[in-house]
Ligand binder design. Structure first.
Ligand code: PLP
Length: 416
């Protein structure tokens, strides 16, 4: 089939497609893949019980049932939910927002498609890009552009810590926000590394963005106040130049496809317009299901008491297992400060991380090759071929077995 330019662009093989295909293949397969690849959240029984309770309430109340499943939402999303969320964020963080600053989307992935194409790409004779001030950065961003060359990215500085750990930092000395930048974007906590940019780094980025008169997009899919998959102290920031993107997925609900954009009214209205054209309406299931938790503030308690400790424990176990399995080898782990991934760096991996990914897949272990996370980086930095992302959200037994096999393959590769 001879597809249009749009068709060619959106049907080519991409890292995101490969990752979602792996996930689907693993779930459909008869033989057990060890899924350490995708970003599926854990199943946390105590949270699932609370979701079931909400579903029973909705099933028994005709008004709630219609609101949740039976009506199209407006293009900004359900007003009752938007009001409740704005009130919650104002109360928690003192942000000067109301429902007009909140727009729902079809998952954060949908938010990024709209935002990146609104703020970068072709502006008449000019071409603007999204600046990723710190790579590696989230794979899902890399292919959403309606035009080529949507990103420009920068290498981080690397801080070495105890026990073979390390942490990336924004290299502000090298960072320049010139005329060709349409917006700056960071994920915090960061997918793939589990990094949490420091409050100082966020303030600095905020200042740079204001000075250059471009928005700062902060991807808060794992952050505060929910789902709170963050293990260090961090202060969320928002002002009318910041576009904060949230998601209901990592609460354990990726199937309901609900993202949230918190921004000034102009941005919110622009995203709502795209919603109307591309999706007609945004899903109302998340708003119906979680409205009560947001209104009561329970969503904060649930996140803090049930979700944070769950992932913190899983991160600690995964680190411990890798450190014992890989003892004596040349490897580093990015300090896991949040999200649900370990980012492993093998400086002397000669075969490259894509080949390691393939060898692991052949042994039924799915991880993600690190090279996918360096979109927008012009230079060919060796580091991009030396890292893998390992998800630790699955059952401990799966993660444990997967780590053992990863260690075997890494050892074999290093002996070659
Ligand atoms: N942003 C980050 C950093 C993510 O890790 C993910 C999913 O893994 C998303 C956004 C996409 O989330 P959603 O399910 O809301 O589209």
């Amino acid at each position: 089939m001879n597809f249009s330019d749009f068709g060619k662009r959106f049907t080519r093989m991409t890292g995101t497609r490969e990752l979602m295909d792996d996930l689907g293949e693993a779930m459909a397969s008869d033989h057990p893949f060890l899924m350490l690849g995708g970003g599926n959240p854990s199943s946390i029984p105590a949270v699932e019980e609370l979701i079931k309770k909400r579903l029973r309430v909705i099933a028994g109340d005709d008004g709630e049932l219609r609101r949740t499943f039976g009506n199209y939402s407006p293009s900004h999303g359900d007003i009752r939910f938007r009001r409740a969320l704005a009130t919650l964020l104002r109360r928690e963080f003192g942000w000067d927002i109301d429902a007009r600053n909140v727009c729902l989307t079809v998952g954060s992935q949908g938010s990024f498609f709209s935002l990146f194409n609104l703020l970068a790409g072709s502006f008449g004779h000019e071409h603007k890009r999204i600046l990723l001030p710190l790579t590696p950065e989230y794979i899902g961003y890399m292919d959403v552009g309606l035009v080529d060359d949507l990103f420009v990215a920068q290498r981080p500085s690397i801080e070495h810590l105890d026990n073979g750990m390390f942490k990336y930092h924004v290299d502000f000395e090298q960072l320049s926000v010139d005329e060709s930048v349409g917006a700056i974007c960071v994920s915090r906590p960061t997918n793939p590394t589990g990094n949490v940019l420091t409050d100082g780094e966020m303030r600095h980025l905020d200042q740079l963005a204001r000075k250059a008169n471009v928005p700062l997009i902060v991807d808060n899919a794992y952050g505060l106040p929910f789902p709170h998959i963050i293990f260090v102290e961090a202060t969320p920031i928002w002002n009318d130049n910041i576009i904060l993107c949230m998601s209901l997925s990592k609460l354990g609900l990726p199937g309901i496809r609900n993202g949230i954009v918190i921004a000034n009214e102009e941005i919110v209205d622009a995203v709502a317009s795209i919603n109307a054209i591309v999706n007609l309406a945004v899903p109302s299931v998340g708003a119906g299901l979680l409205h009560e938790w947001v209104e009561s503030g329970d969503i904060i308690r649930i996140s803090h008491e049930l979700i944070t400790p769950h992932y913190r424990h899983k991160a600690e176990l995964a680190v411990e297992w890798f450190q014992s399995e890989l003892a004596g080898l040349d490897f580093h782990i990015h300090k896991p400060e949040g999200a649900m991934f370990l980012w492993l760096w093998f400086p002397s991996l000669r075969i490259g991380c894509d080949e390691l990914y393939r060898r692991l897949k052949a042994r039924d272990v799915l991880v993600i090759s690190g090279h996918h996370f360096f979109g927008g980086l012009a230079e060919d930095w060796d580091h991009r071929h030396q890292c893998i992302r390992v998800t630790y959200s699955q059952d401990s037994d799966v993660v444990r077995r997967g780590i053992r096999i990863i260690a075997e393959e890494v050892k074999r590769a290093m002996e070659e």
